[in-house]
Design a protein around this ligand. Sequence first.
Ligand SMILES: NC(=O)c1ccc[n+]([C@@H]2O[C@H](COP(=O)([O-])OP(=O)(O)OC[C@H]3O[C@@H](n4cnc5c(N)ncnc54)[C@H](OP(=O)(O)O)[C@@H]3O)[C@@H](O)[C@H]2O)c1
Length: 251
Amino acid sequence: MRDPEGADALKALDPGDGRLTILPYDASDLNAAQALKDKVTGPLDILFANAGVMGPKEQAFGEAANDGFLDTFRINTLAPLALAEAFADQVAQSQLKVIALQSSRMGSIADNDSGGRYAYRASKAALNAVGKSLSIDLKDKGVVVLILHPGWVRTDMGGPNGLMTPSESVSAQLDLIARANPAMSGRFFHISGEDLPGRRRPLPDSKKPRSLAAGFFVSSGAAGRGQACPAAPAGLIGQAGGTHSEACSVH
Ligand SMILES: NC(=O)c1ccc[n+]([C@@H]2O[C@H](COP(=O)([O-])OP(=O)(O)OC[C@H]3O[C@@H](n4cnc5c(N)ncnc54)[C@H](OP(=O)(O)O)[C@@H]3O)[C@@H](O)[C@H]2O)c1
């Protein structure tokens, strides 16, 4: 929370029994996670890295390589990693031992049917890669790392046409977190509990290359390892043509 004083919506949730503490935190400051660690002591059941930005206005092809891209990475990708690095041991000392990363299905490379939004998509795809590495590096500590797509939510970012309220999204995500187990670690989940595709879906037979021409490289991920990256069920595939930036991908 960048401005605890102005956090009226959060304050309204305070049961008044001392369970809620709001601390200042600016994700664009790479030292912020360490500063937070100095104030938050003891075991942490759930570290939920939620803060994120859509990034600069200039994200269409032809204008996307700009400094705003780097700022987006700092907040959407580096800050969650810094939080995980700062708090992994405290999470490991807890009962639940969960690190949850708020990703977006716009970070799914396989699910990208509409292009554009370079900074946001790349920062969330990189966050997914961060989550996968964390799941491996923290396995021995017993920490489960969940990479979560919250649905298309009616927030400032999601806009008024989102399909669910923040409470509905949070309840569904808490439900997944309550079921967290080592087999779920490092995976990218829709709130329905379905896996989201992180890599290319397998090519249909008609599109598989017959031979490789010199100078071309086809990774085994594209054609040969389809079983390792299941496609989302039809109902979860993004519907192109929406008007909001997230609308093309998050339904
Ligand atoms: N809404 C959707 O449909 C949707 C879909 C997919 C993924 N997501 C992801 O869900 C997360 C929350 O998004 P939202 O829809 O709630 O967006 P939002 O309405 O724009 O809110 C963004 C949140 O991130 C915080 N934040 C932004 N920059 C920050 C910074 N530098 N330091 C600290 N906090 C910062 C904001 O805190 P302040 O109060 O301090 O501004 C606010 O709580 C994001 O990671 C987003 O990518 C949302």
